[in-house]
Design a binder for this molecule. Sequence first.
Ligand SMILES: *[C@@H]1O[C@H](CO)[C@@H](O)[C@H](O)[C@H]1NC(C)=O
Ligand SMILES: *[C@@H]1O[C@H](CO)[C@@H](O)[C@H](O)[C@H]1NC(C)=O
Ligand SMILES: *[C@@H]1O[C@H](CO)[C@@H](O)[C@H](O)[C@H]1NC(C)=O
Ligand SMILES: *[C@@H]1O[C@H](CO)[C@@H](O)[C@H](O)[C@H]1NC(C)=O
Ligand SMILES: *[C@@H]1O[C@H](CO)[C@@H](O)[C@H](O)[C@H]1NC(C)=O
Ligand SMILES: *[C@@H]1O[C@H](CO)[C@@H](O)[C@H](O)[C@H]1NC(C)=O
Ligand SMILES: *[C@@H]1O[C@H](CO)[C@@H](O)[C@H](O)[C@H]1NC(C)=O
Length: 293
Amino acid sequence: MSHFIVYIDLCIFTIFLLSQKASCIDPQYVACVPRHCGGHNITYPFYIQGLQEPYCGYPGFQLSCTSNYTYPVLHIPDNDYIIQEINYTSRSLRVYNAAVLSPHQSGCFPPVRNISLEPDKFVFGSISNLTLLSNCSELPEELLKYKTGCRGGGGWDLAVVANDTDLSDAMGVCDTSTVAPVDLMHGNVGGGEYEELLTRGFMLNWKAGDCTVCENSGGRCGFEWKSYHFKCFCPDRPHAWRCRSRMSLSLCISVYKIILSSENVNSILMIRILVACTVYSDSGITMFCHVVQ
Ligand SMILES: *[C@@H]1O[C@H](CO)[C@@H](O)[C@H](O)[C@H]1NC(C)=O
Ligand SMILES: *[C@@H]1O[C@H](CO)[C@@H](O)[C@H](O)[C@H]1NC(C)=O
Ligand SMILES: *[C@@H]1O[C@H](CO)[C@@H](O)[C@H](O)[C@H]1NC(C)=O
Ligand SMILES: *[C@@H]1O[C@H](CO)[C@@H](O)[C@H](O)[C@H]1NC(C)=O
Ligand SMILES: *[C@@H]1O[C@H](CO)[C@@H](O)[C@H](O)[C@H]1NC(C)=O
Ligand SMILES: *[C@@H]1O[C@H](CO)[C@@H](O)[C@H](O)[C@H]1NC(C)=O
Ligand SMILES: *[C@@H]1O[C@H](CO)[C@@H](O)[C@H](O)[C@H]1NC(C)=O
């Protein structure tokens, strides 16, 4: 009878080892290592399209890296934004419109379109609205200070900070307008400074599952599209929130030695503990992985 139990234990042990051989370290954990783009570490909730698997990020947080991998770009309808700073602690970004980088005549500006945030993903930090106007008819004198200096050629004629009392007058003489978020550090600006304002960028805060619990347990955050749920990818397998801490091998060995030294050595118990030590200790699995590879 006792031999039968030992055989069953050994069987379970072997099946476990064979299943471990297929995946000593969880491939999703391996795939979700932070990647670099433009001097920034890109990690959950963001992922770089083409470089990282979508399950390494949160839906709607995909970035692209420009062809020469100079900077990460976030697309928020209907604009591309260059990421200047990224802070995973405060969950905030400083971004500026990629239109700034496209070739353009001095003073003129390539198209900037109205931004539409998905409020469940991103919210503005402290911003002001800069209104860009074009197709303006004859300008009255009080609006001349908002001129962008762009002469002809489909650029913006005026740039007005949105809380300015002159805005309604400007809207009256111009046909087309776009609102761009800006970080207004020192009061109102003239039209000529709008390029500097757009280049300075603004802050965005993101809303997506906090990663600290998973990260502190040694995992890498991700998302399971099938169940549409947050996942914590750990070296052994994906977990719901955090990696399970494993028994230390030394503790196992101590227990094993105590049993060996006792008077009535129970062989079944010994084998059970040996199995448990290998199955539940990190080092046991790591040792096994080295042996089979
Ligand atoms: C990115 O992460 C690595 C290690 O994870 C760290 O050494 C490096 O300083 C980080 N770089 C930036 C720009 O945060
Ligand atoms: C490559 O990077 C430089 C800045 O370092 C930038 O001016 C240029 O536009 C980039 N080229 C492409 C194709 O993205
Ligand atoms: C990120 O944000 C935290 C909390 O607001 C702040 O303490 C930290 O200095 C910031 N890190 C950087 C690099 O700005
Ligand atoms: C900026 O404009 C948007 C709409 O375009 C509005 O929701 C937001 O409250 C405005 N922000 C400020 C600071 O005026
Ligand atoms: C100005 O208006 C014309 C026609 O009304 C339009 O075709 C053109 O695109 C407009 N220009 C800009 C910069 O919006
Ligand atoms: C951009 O938004 C402003 C105000 O929110 C609106 O007046 C304007 O028509 C919009 N422009 C376009 C091109 O949709
Ligand atoms: C517009 O807002 C800025 C900063 O929020 C402020 O300094 C300025 O006085 C305001 N201008 C008007 C005309 O209200």
